[in-house]
Design a binder for this molecule. Structure first.
Ligand code: ZN
Length: 356
């Protein structure tokens, strides 16, 4: 080949190579172009192999032209590579962009357990009278659960509470030297003693919590249940104060027009004791299973704090009087939500809980 022929071929190769580089649309295509033109068996090499047949004075010029083409093609490839990377990035970003016009996915919202919801509603209503919630222990001593509440060991009222002992009674003699007998509290009332011993009157305390009794479980009895206890202690507190608070409470919870009534009751730790009823929410007084055909739903029991209990709480009954009341949160939640079986509260079956 002559110098002119080689130069022409180099010129054509340069054009073709640059066009192919420009048309390569991904890194793999770009590599193929590189191999085809600049590789060991590529087109540039095969043209330059002919340089050996040229006169010696022409070789450097043609060789330099070949090198210039190689540099130009490599530079074009580098530019193209960067451009392809830029395009790939743009494509990816476009694909990942949030589409703010898409409708949202529904969120699964939880809801409060009916017992918690009822607890909070009771605390909200009584909070308006200044009652403040206190947390007290679930494991109590026999002394606080019974004796301090005017229920001595041989008191017949003990039969009302079938007790779950932490310390077996026979293993822990009641002799003070033998140490206290521990049990699972059978009611929230020992909280009254805790509060009286730590808070100076005037006291307005709410004592919500879990209680335990050794009971056969059926639709209306659980061995584990929730109570809410209220305690007010001040100078000159009377039964009329209790009546006023409970009437307001019953009306706030079950409607302003709902008839209420007080009946005599009996508890060892109150004197006098009362039961507080509201007209049955289920049958409106007609008589049904919930109200045991009486037409009245017993909301709670209470009364004036017994002087012995005040004294055990460290307060002088000559100076301070108080009232206390206690209610079953489970029973109230059942009536509020129309639930007939107390066991549903403790089974944590979401199919049940989600209905409420
Ligand atoms: Zn009824």
């Amino acid at each position: 080949m002559t110098v002119q022929e080689i130069t022409e071929q180099l010129g054509e190769l340069r054009e073709r190579a640059l066009r192919d580089v420009a048309e390569a649309d991904d890194p793999a295509a770009l590599r193929e172009v590189e191999v085809a033109y600049l590789g060991k068996k590529g087109q540039l090499k095969s043209i330059l192999d002919a340089i050996g047949g040229l006169p010696a004075e022409d070789r450097p010029r043609v060789g330099a032209a070949g090198n210039e083409i190689k540099t130009a093609v490599l530079e074009a490839m580098e530019r193209r590579r960067r451009r392809l990377e830029g395009i790939a990035l743009e494509v990816r970003l476009a694909a990942e962009r949030e589409d703010v016009t898409l409708p949202g996915r529904p969120l699964h919202r939880g809801s409060l357990h009916p017992l918690i919801e009822t607890n909070r509603e009771i605390a909200r209503v009584l909070g308006q009278f200044g009652f403040v919630t206190y947390e007290t222990p679930e494991v109590e001593t026999d002394e606080l659960n019974f004796q301090a509440l005017n229920i001595p060991e041989d008191h017949p009222a003990r039969d009302l509470w079938d007790t779950l002992y932490v310390t077996p009674p026979e293993a822990a003699p009641r002799d003070p030297a033998g140490g206290p007998t521990y049990l699972l509290r059978t009611h929230t009332s020992p909280g009254q003693i805790h509060v009286m011993r730590t808070v100076q009157p005037p006291i307005r305390a709410l004592l919500p919590g879990r209680c335990f009794r050794y009971e056969a479980v059926d639709a209306s009895h659980a061995f584990e249940f929730f109570q809410m206890e209220g305690l007010m202690v001040d100078e000159g507190t009377t039964l009329a104060d209790l009546r006023g608070v409970l009437d307001e409470f019953g009306h706030a919870l079950f409607g302003a027009d709902r008839p209420t009534r007080f009946r005599p009751g009996y508890y060892p730790f109150t004197e006098p004791s009362v039961a507080f009823d509201v007209r049955c929410i289920v049958c409106e007084g007609e008589g049904c299973a919930t109200c045991k055909r009486t037409g009245w739903f017993t909301l709670l029991g209470g009364g004036m704090v017994h002087p012995v209990v005040l004294r055990n709480g460290g307060l002088d009954p000559e100076r301070y009087q108080g009232f206390a009341f206690g209610m079953g949160t489970d029973r109230i939640a059942m009536v509020r939500h129309g639930i007939s079986d107390i066991r549903l509260f403790l089974e944590n079956d979401l199919r049940f809980l989600e209905q409420l």
